[in-house]
Design a protein around this ligand. Structure first.
Ligand code: NAD
Length: 360
């Protein structure tokens, strides 16, 4: 069986088009962007005949099994609804949505439509995540003890729709590895905002903070400590997670591109205060062997080599008629904590309970 896929939004989205073209279970690939010049440039470069001027035009066309949305965040919830209601399967860039109401509606629509929804979370298909997973599964971390996550990025000069964007509304890259490794959800969050936005950065979202720092209480008594910053922080880009067990740890580097640090505790030696620790630099390979041969070269790409894994999981879930790994309830479980964290920051750090979306 092969499926036909429409890719919508050709900024970041342009990176995904060749991966769909290379997938053995994908037939035709179409492209859509509201900017016709961008559509033409990408389609011409990649030899694509099927192009549409809008999502509406694409959904009105007969055929086409699945749509991958890579449009601005504010459009995700509405466009996912459109795609699912048209009877197509839908993949969407993060985040799933920016309100709890929209998360509920998307779950209801997906379950009513009986079509697949997948949130394309790069962080849980990265080389670093695959390495953390293997350390945990082989027992080298011991029992999970604590998580840290950071996403520090300067959005000055980005398209104006990013102005005032609450950093915690984009928490999934920094938090989802912890939730995926622990197989858990967030029960509650306390978050503080730091550095109120200057008037020129407030935008449509209203007053907020350049940086938000949250403590997420996970079911199972673990804590994830996550800092998100999009404005007014004078340091270079960093997007990653660290995971700590009682026997070892894996830490994200201070500078992007640097090696990760792996830690392994030694047994306590008689007469010594504190256990000795072995440290080593590690540059994980990822898991290309999990992919069809035609997709493996794409693991050299950005976001930890995650893009071909995301495409393969979305396409395989449709072909195999099963739920994708990051289905609607899992996506809501990973997105809602950030929405609640921003609510907490606006309430001066009050505890906010996070809904339970019932992931198994
Ligand atoms: N690691 C990651 O997962 C990751 C990385 C980068 C971006 N993203 C997400 O991908 C999405 C796109 O990001 P970007 O940086 O490419 O944004 P962008 O604003 O640079 O590009 C968005 C594209 O969508 C097009 N577009 C806008 N409205 C449209 C509409 N109604 N119909 C069709 N096309 C439309 C624009 O013309 C533009 O080409 C965002 O949701 C972003 O959060 C995720």
């Amino acid at each position: 069986m092969s499926i036909d896929v429409i890719v919508v939004g050709l900024g970041f989205g342009a990176d995904f088009v060749p991966i769909y073209q290379a997938h053995e279970s994908v037939g035709r690939v179409a492209v859509v962007d509201s900017d016709p010049a961008r559509t033409a440039a990408v389609a011409d470069r990649l030899g694509i005949a099927d192009r549409f001027d809008s999502l509406e035009e694409a959904l009105a066309a007969p055929g086409w099994d699945a749509v991958h949305l890579l449009t601005p965040v504010a459009l995700h919830a509405g466009q996912v609804q459109q795609v699912l209601k048209s009877g197509r399967h839908c993949a969407s860039a993060v985040p799933m949505a920016t309100t709890l109401d929209d998360l509920d509606q998307l779950i209801a629509t997906q379950e009513g439509a009986g079509r697949n929804y997948m949130m394309m979370e790069t962080a849980v298909y990265s080389r670093e995540y695959f390495h953390a997973r293997s350390l945990l599964d082989s027992g080298r971390l011991g029992r999970l003890a604590y998580f840290r996550g950071e996403h520090l990025q300067n959005l000055d000069g980005f398209p104006p729709y990013w102005l005032g964007y609450p950093p915690m509304h984009y928490v999934t890259h920094a938090l989802s590895p912890a939730l995926a490794l622990a197989g858990s959800r967030v029960e509650s969050v306390r978050c503080l905002g730091s550095s109120p936005l200057t008037p020129d950065r407030i935008g449509v979202a209203g007053p907020g903070y350049g940086t938000e720092a949250a403590l997420f209480q996970l079911a199972g008594e673990l804590v994830a400590n996550v800092t998100m910053s999009f404005f007014q922080l004078g340091r270079s880009y960093l997007e990653g997670f660290s995971v700590y067990g009682d026997e070892g740890a894996l830490e994200w580097p201070q500078l992007e591109g640097g090696p990760m640090k792996e830690f392994a505790m030694r047994p306590l030696e008689p007469g010594r205060r504190g256990r000795a620790v072995d440290e080593r630099d590690v540059r994980p390979d990822g898991a290309p062997e999990l992919l069809p041969v035609s997709l493996r070269p794409f693991t050299a790409g950005g976001h930890g080599g995650s893009h071909p894994h995301l495409v393969h999981e979305f396409v395989s879930s449709i072909v195999e008629e099963r739920r994708p790994r990051v289905d609607a309830r899992t996506a809501a479980t990973w997105t809602a904590p950030g929405i609640c964290a921003h609510q907490s920051a606006l309430q001066g750090g009050a505890e906010v309970l996070v809904p339970d979306y019932g992931i198994s």
